[in-house]
Design a binder for this molecule. Structure first.
Ligand code: AMP
Ligand code: GLY
Length: 413
């Protein structure tokens, strides 16, 4: 098949590597400095122009990586033009695009989540904050590139955060409505289901590492590493998430007139064995995707084309574990980092690199900031997979590279 991948990160690179196992021909919009070696990078961002490209070039399927084009309706545009595209409509993507919509949806469907208020009224918000004990979480309603959630340690701080968001000072229009909620104390897991509007198939449960430094210290990031499957979720918990969260979500979205087709990514907080929904995302996680792709047995292109057509089938999985270690630029996540050439020595067996923030010049790859690449190891145990990922990281050199040394520590405790 000819397949277009929308996006430019390590997630899209991982999807591409998987698709290449079945010899599909790939296009990227826009892609990065390394995807150009896997297929053709397109400099087209307008959805109608991209759809025209797909029609004129016989592209059979489009896979959307990031949330931004989804919330802006790329799926709706492509479907109207008669194209197969895997991802949710703009209406269904509101599960990620609006935290107020998401929390209201959870409430309407009796799905467990932190007690909350969404409002644009500071007095109402202050009253709600006065009734919360302990830490308080303040969230901007709209998309803020992962920066719109702040955890306040006391009521005054929470009120001042809410005030800055409402004034537009912190996040512009995205903060004109805020969600305030109680802090949940537990551990986080990432649950992924491939959905076709009616049915779903769960993927192995993954765990991300959001903090910059070892032991979960330092600022929040987009994710510094991941592994899957996580032994922190047993079969019973997985069935509960499917029955109490995923199924009701798909039924609820159908009732709301926005059936969900695409990747449903539920950010879970497990509190004393109980799964709570922290958030929905409407796409693969990054770096979770990088560890999920090697676990899928079968043709990903076929799997996602069937899902896009509402005909999802069983997905076979390898009985393996994957660990991914993110290597980021020296100033991540605060500001951009200087460009640096990436040197790769030998690549051990059962490891590979997923390139993310990179550019290319005369065939050489350079870091272009943020999360630069992910070192992935795949093996029979988490420990072996982790050792492989770290062995690979020793082969990768660029000036200022920083990475965590403890990915998967919760599973290995
Ligand atoms: P979100 O984008 O809503 O998932 O929030 C980003 C991160 O903030 C999550 O991955 C959690 O680490 C943290 N977080 C969000 N909501 C809560 C909550 N109610 N309790 C504790 N931590 C939270
Ligand atoms: N790794 C978390 C995310 O992609 O949102």
């Amino acid at each position: 098949m000819k397949i277009l991948i929308i996006g430019s990160g390590g997630r899209e690179y991982a999807i591409a590597l998987k698709l290449l196992q079945n010899k599909h021909t790939l296009y990227f919009a826009p892609g990065n400095g390394a995807t150009s070696k896997l297929g053709t990078n397109l400099e087209i961002s307008d959805f109608e122009t991209l759809a025209t490209f797909c029609i004129e070039n016989g592209v059979n399927l489009t896979i959307v990586g990031p949330e931004d084009p989804l919330t802006k309706g790329v799926v709706d545009v492509f479907k109207k033009r008669g194209l197969d595209i895997f991802g949710p409509s703009a209406a269904a993507a509101r599960l990620e695009g609006s935290k107020a919509y998401m929390k209201g949806f959870l409430e309407r469907n009796n799905i467990k989540t932190a007690r909350f208020l969404s409002s644009s009224n500071l007095d109402e918000i202050s009253k709600f904050i006065d009734g919360i004990d302990g830490k308080i979480v303040v969230k901007a309603d709209g998309l803020c590139a992962g920066k719109g959630v702040v955890i306040a340690s006391n009521k005054d701080e929470a009120k001042s955060l809410a005030c800055d968001m409402l004034s537009g000072e912190s996040f512009g229009d995205a903060g004109k409505c805020v969600v305030v909620e109680e802090f949940l104390d537990g551990f986080e897991l990432s649950f992924f289901a491939i959905c076709d509007g009616k049915n779903f198939v769960s993927l192995p449960i993954a765990q991300d590492h959001k903090k910059l430094n070892d032991n979960d210290e330092g600022p929040n990031t987009g994710g510094m590493g991941a592994y899957a499957p996580s032994p922190l979720a047993d079969e019973k918990l997985i069935r509960r998430v499917e029955n109490e969260i995923i199924s009701p979500t798909l039924c609820g979205m159908k009732r709301e007139g926005a059936p969900f087709c695409g990747v449903l990514f539920v950010g879970l907080m497990i509190v004393k064995g109980e799964p709570y929904v922290l958030e929905y995302n409407v796409r693969f996680g990054d770096p979770e995707c990088e560890v999920l792709m090697p676990l899928i047995d079968g043709d990903l292109g076929e799997i996602l084309l069937n899902a896009a057509r509402g005909e999802l089938r069983e997905i076979k999985l390898h009985d393996k574990f994957a660990v991914g270690v993110v290597m980021a630029g020296q100033n991540y996540p605060y500001r951009s980092s200087p460009k640096a050439q990436i040197y790769v020595d030998k690549i051990p067996q059962n490891t590979h690199i997923c390139y993310a923030g990179v550019s290319s010049e005369n065939g050489e790859i350079f870091s272009s900031g943020g999360r630069v690449l992910v070192c992935v190891g795949v093996s029979d145990t988490i420990l072996q997979a982790r050792n492989l990922a770290y062995e690979l990281s020793q082969s990768v050199k660029f000036s200022g590279a920083q990475f965590r040394k403890d990915i998967a520590y919760q599973a290995l405790k």
